[in-house]
Design a protein around this ligand. Structure first.
Ligand SMILES: Nc1ncnc2c1ncn2[C@@H]1O[C@H](COP(=O)(O)OP(=O)(O)OP(=O)(O)O)[C@@H](O)[C@H]1O
Ligand SMILES: [Mg+2]
Length: 330
């Protein structure tokens, strides 16, 4: 291949990009509890991948296997082109990991935490100081750099955590619930940081409980449930898996609710909440025709809301439900 082609810089993440992470049939059990029961993943280089799942689904376990902290019981995993089982050292030099629980040492300062990481990565004293200063600046921690990390707020600790992860200039980073416990502003700041990493060409593997986070950041999302990938795709693809949106009419008067239900017929009614649901894709054209229809039937609801399916709906539909219902969605 001519070198000009090889060095062509495009935003990674397309299906054609080489895989930064790939697994086939990954398995892991603790005692008689099967945590991962055959996980297949392919994450293109330069993309953001989000692993979603309820508590105990195996998100952290997956991250630990891929970052060589624990061994799988079966299956294969390659990270940065290296097998995690046979070339763990090579994998480690290519990755950075920010664990679910902070790796920050509270007894020493933010700067000292950074310099410790620089030492671990065998940077020279000078190079270490330069890298630490740069990253502290980038994560808005310069002012706090000389204070003990135990005095940092949760958001500052999380930023320091990620800054420490970046000391070795990893091409693939694993972020296990990077924004859990952060307030909305800190969460948005963290999203910005993650987006900037991706702009630099870094591949990001994140786990999250926040569907909105996956929606905002991830090129592709996998939902982990019961040891398996219950669904995988873009946020749009996942939303399309579940029943579509609807317009909901709410009444305060039971007889108005009753007569509207009779007049409209093809709607789902809920007599407890005095609501009616009309299937709708939520487009302006559909809304107009629904409003015209209600007008011509002489119906006046007390409240009208448009509901478009979001990832929360996908999450609830795919995780923790009955096998039958999950099967129906596959
Ligand atoms: N070292 C261990 N020994 C025994 N069981 C373990 C161990 N580590 C994890 N488990 C079990 O494996 C399952 C998956 O745990 P894991 O931490 O991967 O879940 P998770 O998806 O990260 O959950 P959370 O959202 O709460 O972080 C859980 O049932 C957990 O109790
Ligand atoms: Mg976890």
């Amino acid at each position: 291949m001519p070198s000009s082609v090889m060095s062509t810089s495009i935003r990674g993440g397309g299906p054609q990009s080489p895989a930064a992470v790939s697994t086939i049939g990954l398995r892991k059990s603790y005692g008689d509890k099967t945590v991962l029961n055959g996980i297949d993943l392919r994450i293109p280089a330069g993309s953001v991948f989000a692993l979603l799942g309820p508590n105990g689904a195996g998100k952290t376990t997956t991250v630990q296997i891929l970052s060589t902290l624990i061994a799988a019981d079966g299956g294969q995993a390659q990270v940065a082109g290296h097998d995690v089982a046979t070339s763990p050292d090579r994998v480690r030099t290519a990755i950075g990991v920010t664990g679910q629980f902070s790796a920050v040492d509270g007894l020493i300062t933010g700067e000292e935490n950074m310099l410790l990481m620089a030492d671990l990565h065998h940077l020279s004293k000078r190079e270490g100081r330069r890298t630490a200063a740069e990253l502290l600046e980038r994560f808005d921690l310069t002012e706090a750099a000389k204070k003990p990390a135990s005095t940092y707020s949760g958001g500052m600790k999380r930023r320091l955590d990620i800054a420490m992860t970046l000391v070795g200039n990893p091409r693939i980073i694993f972020l296990d619930e990077p924004t859990t416990g952060l307030d909305p502003r800190s969460r948005h700041n963290m999203w910005q940081i993650i987006r900037e990493l991706v702009t630099d060409g870094v591949t990001v593997f994140l786990t999250t409980q926040y569907l909105e986070e996956a929606d905002q950041l991830a090129d592709r999302i996998a939902v982990l449930d019961d040891g398996k990938i219950a669904a995988e795709g873009t946020a749009e693809e996942l939303k399309r898996l579940i029943p579509g949106g609807h317009v909901q009419l709410r009444f305060s008067d039971p007889s108005a609710h009753q007569s509207a239900a009779l007049a409209l017929r093809e709607v789902t009614r809920d007599d407890d909440s005095l609501t009616l649901q009309i299937p709708s894709d939520g487009t302006q054209r559909e809304l107009r025709s629904i409003l015209d229809w209600l007008d011509s039937a002489g119906i006046e609801a007390d409240e009208l809301t448009v509901h478009t399916p979001d990832l929360d709906d996908v999450f609830f539909a795919l995780t923790g439900g009955t096998d039958q219902r999950k099967e129906a969605l596959r």
